[in-house]
Design a protein. Structure first.
Length: 319
């Protein structure tokens, strides 16, 4: 089996641990740092081109049956802006109810319909799709690369940046007065006080990858599978639950159990040559680290295991 695994938010979950199996694979691997976000690394492999951003939102639209080639899509994340000493940082929210999300979508649609902005739900209440027949000339940053940092350095840039920053301010004012936040305050939850835009683009004209199966719970990957006519499977909890596929591409979120559920059995599978080629892709601080391993590589015992920070130069800044 040939296996490609893309791991989101790697730094936030694993940098405080001492993953022995991963460290052994790092020492044995051929690896490189790519100056593209994780989505870009995956989409490039499927012959999807970058636009102003990597068009993740358009692929999420495909997953939800919204295949309008004329519209431009952006992912709008419902977030909490937190005032630090002298700046605001963005924080994703995982506790938004579907009812509150739907109410906010209705509010935004009523307010912005005259400006041809349309909002629709995704599989996650904290995320919505924003579509428009216009072509926003902006570049954005992924929320996962921005959380905890000074948002002033990551706001939309480009020819239309000022217009879209003003639009985001207007959205913030709507959210500030929304009844959902009164309920959240009573429940001692963080306010939904901003939207974070990312992943803009029109629907790609193509996505190509032969003899490949995609596995993920992420809507972007579901849409990519549909566009490329690849088989799609829901994500399993561990390597032990995988069935054989000639070429399997997995997209997952980092979690504290990756070492025991994935890296340890992957190392054993390489030693036993049941995995013929393993590619690991890690997302750290907006860059992608690509590690390539074949069975013979893991027997290079003379390669010294180093601290993780010597492999991932952004660890101290991302954690």
């Amino acid at each position: 089996m040939n296996l490609d695994i893309y791991i989101e938010n790697f730094a936030q979950c694993l940098m405080q641990s001492n993953p022995a199996a991963l460290s052994r694979m790092l020492a044995s691997a051929h690896w490189q740092r790519q100056a593209v976000p994780l989505q870009g690394s995956l989409l490039k492999d499927f012959a999807v081109d970058a636009q102003s951003d990597w068009p993740a939102a358009a692929l999420i639209a495909v997953a939800h049956g919204l295949e309008n080639h004329q519209d431009y899509y952006l992912l709008a994340n419902l977030v909490h802006l937190d005032l630090r000493t002298d700046y605001f940082s963005a924080q994703g929210l995982s506790d938004i109810s579907p009812e509150h999300s739907d109410d906010i979508i209705d509010c935004l649609n009523v307010h912005f319909q005259d400006r041809q902005l349309f909002f629709s739900p995704t599989s996650h209440p904290s995320m919505m799709l924003m579509s428009t027949p216009q072509l926003p000339l902006i570049n954005t940053h992924n929320l996962s690369d921005v959380e905890g940092k000074d948002v002033r350095h990551y706001m939309p840039a480009g020819e239309d940046a000022l217009h879209w920053r003003m639009m985001m301010n207007e959205m913030q004012m709507l959210l500030h007065a929304h009844p959902a936040n009164l309920e959240r305050e009573q429940q001692q939850k963080l306010a939904i006080n901003s939207l974070w835009l990312e992943g803009g683009g029109r629907l790609p004209s193509r996505a190509m990858k032969s003899n490949t199966t995609l596995m993920s719970n992420h809507d972007m990957v579901r849409g990519l599978a549909r566009l490329s006519a690849c088989e799609h499977l829901e994500l399993v909890a561990s390597f032990a639950e995988l069935e054989y596929h000639d070429h399997l591409v997995i997209w997952m979120q980092a979690n504290p159990e990756l070492e025991s559920l994935w890296f340890e059995p992957l190392l054993e599978a390489l030693r036993g040559a049941t995995v013929k080629h393993l590619n690991l892709y890690f997302s750290i601080a907006g860059n992608t680290y690509h590690l390539s391993l074949k069975p013979l590589d893991v027997w290079k015992f003379w390669r010294r295991v180093k601290p993780l920070s010597e492999y991932f130069v952004e660890i101290e800044h991302a954690s």
